[in-house]
Design a binder for this molecule. Structure first.
Ligand SMILES: C[S@@+](CC[C@H](N)C(=O)[O-])C[C@H]1O[C@@H](n2cnc3c(N)ncnc32)[C@H](O)[C@@H]1O
Length: 230
């Protein structure tokens, strides 16, 4: 079953919240294709508008816990879940709080993963792209990905699954090897080349210079990584 973003009341989001886009849809599609949400205890770690959490609830999850540091996003996700008639517990705070509520059968995450140029480029990025905390992830793009990989064994129950989406610019191999290092079975289950949006357009020259993006590119490769706990 394919779940489209338009199946939920979330594509239109108020200012200051990450508008669901290709990475959101890629993650929802991977979750849907994996067929793991039904009956599962699910955590959505960086929920934003709540689109992925709500999709999990709509797919029949037994319970869904969602986390975000942005109060505006938390309010919006709560209201949208209510309006859609699904049950999602939306917690305000770091994704790391999920450890208190776990372990989970399925953990999904679309974290910030865009490497951050040393110079502040926020003035060149339109507000419609969402808030900087939705994408800025330190010089290597791994500010959330690294601790998330480290916490995966604590978040997942025996046989549980993590689905995480990231860009090629934030070192896919490092995620694969960190998760493999926990004895998890790991693979890339989905990928998509997407044209640069405003953030990537503003940073493409710096990303290329930093060796994080091949020269001449106008699109980035997004991947969904699946990790199954032993
Ligand atoms: C790329 S957006 C993803 C939103 C939504 N899950 C989606 O797929 O459309 C990342 C979200 O992570 C949130 N965020 C950033 N750092 C976080 C942290 N340390 N803990 C929890 N949420 C965080 C941002 O506020 C933003 O809403």
């Amino acid at each position: 079953m394919t779940i489209a973003l338009t199946d939920f009341g979330v594509p239109e989001v108020p200012p200051g919240i990450y508008p669901p886009q290709q990475d959101s849809q890629l993650l929802i599609d991977a979750m849907s294709q994996a067929g793991l949400a039904s009956g599962a205890r699910v955590a959505d770690l960086c929920t934003g508008s709540g689109v992925v959490a709500i999709a999990a609830a709509g797919a029949g999850a037994a319970e869904v816990s969602a986390f975000d540091i942005c109060p505006r996003a938390v309010r919006h996700a709560r209201n949208t879940a209510l309006a859609d008639g699904v049950s999602v517990q939306v917690h305000r705070g770091s994704w790391a709080r999920a450890v208190e509520f776990g372990p989970f059968d399925l953990v999904v995450a679309n974290p910030p993963y865009v490497p951050q140029a040393p110079a502040d480029d926020s003035a060149s990025i339109p507000a419609t792209a969402g808030p900087p905390q939705a994408w800025n992830a330190g010089a290597d793009g791994r500010m959330v990905l690294d601790p998330l990989c480290a916490a995966a064994p604590l978040l997942l129950d025996e046989g549980g699954t993590l689905l995480v989406v990231q860009s090629e610019c934030s070192n896919v191999k490092k995620t694969l090897s960190a998760l493999r290092g926990h004895g998890m079975r790991v693979e890339v289950v989905a990928q998509q080349f997407v044209p640069f949006g405003p953030v990537m357009s503003a940073r493409s020259q710096w990303l290329t210079g930093a060796g994080l993006l091949p020269p001449g590119r106008r699109e980035e490769r997004l991947v969904v990584i699946r990790a199954d706990a032993p």
